[in-house]
Design a protein around this ligand. Sequence first.
Ligand SMILES: [Zn+2]
Ligand SMILES: [Zn+2]
Ligand SMILES: [Zn+2]
Length: 132
Amino acid sequence: MEGGAWLAHKYLMHGPLWSWHEDHHKPNGNLFQKNDRFFLIFAVPSWLSIMFGMIYQFQFLTGFGAGIAVYGLVYFLVHDVLIHRRFNWFDKTENKYFRAIRKAHKAHHKNQFKQGGICFGMLLVPRKYFHI
Ligand SMILES: [Zn+2]
Ligand SMILES: [Zn+2]
Ligand SMILES: [Zn+2]
């Protein structure tokens, strides 16, 4: 899942779908960003996989759909709440891993453009971010 999210972020969001992701790098102060549409993009196949997986007793498909749903939830908690603080649930964390995630994604956001970004992943953080 993390690998898929990395690929999607690097090659789709910073590629043909940049127009939806752009306002996440250049915030306009609105509560909802165009970038939030990506949640729907992942929610639909996840819901369909779970539904058809259950109807046809095809457990692999159900598991696949559930995997996307779980990753989506983790993504929301980590990316939108922990990093971008849309809610103040984890504001006081001293956890080393959480702080490293935050720093790595801040490095991603330093670049406001489509090209030349770094740190497209979310949960796998390069070692150096644990030491700064
Ligand atoms: Zn980005
Ligand atoms: Zn991003
Ligand atoms: Zn972000």
